[in-house]
Ligand binder design. Structure first.
Ligand code: HMG
Length: 500
């Protein structure tokens, strides 16, 4: 049972504002990347070693952005026993647009109906993969502002990342996260420590509103990602120095973990190496040979000239290998198995990192996070994990709630590449079709998943929820598995119904 400290205890400026609880949802079906290599006729190892991906989650025509967000929000609220009347702000970050006017947030308000609470601020935020971070910043700012009324904020980030056939297709994915935001959080957003970089580029964008697929300049997108990382790290470091002048200069040594937006895992390993290269260039000359043995030859290199410099990349990937294994690799659990979830990607990384740790090993840790959205908008910020390790603490509850991630990933259903390609074709052919009745299997969805039942002639979408018999009290326990199996056997007649 979670134990969040009551907001009524709060007087004055709210303390330790951040993430109180975190839920992740990914689809129940995946395609194996090694099998996809063979199916696509590319050389063996291209997706698995070259991109660092093992599996890719995808949705049938039964799921859309509304259903993903309904699933993850209801799961967050149920598993943490938070009443909808206690939410004062709900923000959605997504780039999966199915309506140019009606927000996903407005669709989620149906879950609030029973509570009678319609006094809920917030709306959707869009800029590629950055929308979730913008939503989180809005939520934190609301709690820290004069507008705050003492209730919680919730951030939902969700996307379906699909690409046309070709080089980008194996970098797809799908999923959603929901985060409960408030004071006395186990994951505290450090104040005054956000370094952002925003500018105008056409690296990845979605100009064709009739298609789910983006227009992508792959190489430019990687250059933009790395240049934004450099810029954000420099600004973040400068702000850290101004805030704590007596602390050592910012470097990878000053953080216990670094979590990145993950379009594919290999880029993240290269990104940690890139931060190590930044540290190297900032290192006082008299310490270079001690801290970076054998790397003196790179001292004259410039950041802007080295986005695709293989020598720099190789040298610093080797140098940062151990740092990568300890500070970043644990955050790639979901990313390698689900793929790029777009807006939830960074927070799936945070959840993965937490799920690989114990309460004791997390307490007091400092995590740096890098959020990137093409177009482009990027921010580096940091989270401090609370020191409250009591068995009923919010930190203990958060850690317990994410322990079942590996089991949930393993319980998914593998689909062959031809069937995956057929599903992509079906999504492509029926995107925005009205009226439309989806044909994808409901039985394959996880219990508790919301799914699309019909789009009527006026494009109004109707949803139902695959029943979940009770809410698992101990995530990952044998009882949970039994409940999930039990739920799977229930008939569709007993499902809840929503109309949008
Ligand atoms: P590609 O043309 O397949 O690239 O596209 P490649 O031929 O350069 O191969 C990729 C890597 O595999 C290379 O590694 C190859 O050497 C290696 P590298 O040399 O770069 O280290 N490779 C192999 N390795 C082992 N065995 C083999 C083998 N063959 C090749 N047999 C690209 C790759 C990522 C460009 C493409 O998939 C793409 O366009 N993806 C979508 C864009 C993207 O993910 N960009 C990343 C940054 S932008 C971002 O993060 C924003 C985003 O999330 C969207 C948003 O914000 O909403 C995408």
């Amino acid at each position: 049972m979670p134990s969040f400290r009551s907001n009524s205890e709060q007087t004055g400026w709210p303390q330790d504002v951040g993430i109180l609880a975190l839920e992740v949802y990914f689809p129940a079906e995946y395609v194996d990347q090694e099998e996809l290599e063979a199916f696509d006729g590319v050389s063996k190892g291209k997706y698995t070693i070259g991109l660092g991906q093992t599996r890719m989650g995808f949705c049938s025509d039964r799921e859309d952005i509304n259903s993903l967000c309904l699933t993850v929000l209801s799961r967050l609220m149920d598993r943490n026993s938070v009443g909808y009347e206690n939410i004062g702000r709900l923000e959605v970050g997504t780039e999966t647009i199915i309506d140019k006017s009606k927000s996903v947030k407005s669709c989620l308000m149906q879950l609030f109906e029973e509570s009678g609470n319609t006094d809920v601020e917030g709306i959707d935020t869009t800029n590629a993969c950055y929308g979730g971070t913008s939503a989180l910043i809005n939520a934190i700012n609301w709690v820290e502002s004069s507008s705050w009324d003492g209730r919680y904020a919730v951030v939902v980030a969700g996307d379906i990342a699909v690409y046309a056939t070709g080089a980008a297709r194996p970098t797809g994915g799908a999923g959603a996260v929901a985060m409960l935001v408030g004071p006395h959080a186990p994951l505290i957003m450090e104040r005054g420590l956000r370094g952002s970089h925003m500018c105008h580029v056409y690296d990845f964008y979605k100009p064709d509103l009739s298609s789910e697929y983006p227009t992508v300049d792959g190489k430019l997108s990687i250059q933009c990602y790395l240049s934004a990382l450099d810029a954000c790290y420099q600004t973040f470091s400068r702000k850290a120095a101004a805030k704590e002048p007596s602390s050592p200069a910012m470097s990878l040594e000053e953080v216990d973990a670094v979590v990145f937006h993950t379009p594919f895992c290999k880029l993240v390993q290269k990104s940690l190496a890139r931060l190590s290269f930044n540290d190297f260039l900032n290192c006082p000359a008299d310490q270079v040979s001690t801290l970076y043995p054998g790397l003196d030859a790179f001292r004259e290199k410039k950041l802007v000239d080295t986005y695709f410099d293989r020598d720099v990349e190789k040298a610093f990937m080797t140098h940062s290998q151990e740092l990568f294994l300890s500070k970043t690799k644990p955050s790639l659990l979901i990313a390698t198995q689900v793929g790029n979830m777009y807006t939830p990607s960074l927070y799936g990384g945070l959840a993965s990192f937490i799920s690989c740790n114990t309460v004791a090993s997390l307490a007091g840790k400092r995590v740096a996070l890098f959020s990137y959205g093409s177009g482009l908008a990027a921010t580096m910020f940091s989270i401090r994990v609370s020191q409250d390790v009591g068995p009923d603490s919010a930190l203990s509850n958060l850690v317990a709630s994410l322990q079942d991630l590996p089991q949930r990933l393993d319980s998914r259903c593998k689909v062959s590449p031809p069937d995956f390609a057929e599903t992509m074709k079906l999504r492509q052919d029926t995107h925005h079709k009205a009226p439309y009745s989806p044909v994808g299997s409901v039985d394959r969805l996880f219990p508790g998943t919301w799914y699309l039942t019909r789009v009527d002639e006026m494009h109004r979408r109707q949803y139902e929820c695959r029943p979940l018999v009770g809410i698992p009290a101990a995530p990952g326990s044998a009882a949970t598995t039994v409940l999930m199996k039990e739920a799977a056997s229930l008939t569709a007649e007993s499902t809840q119904r929503l109309h949008v």
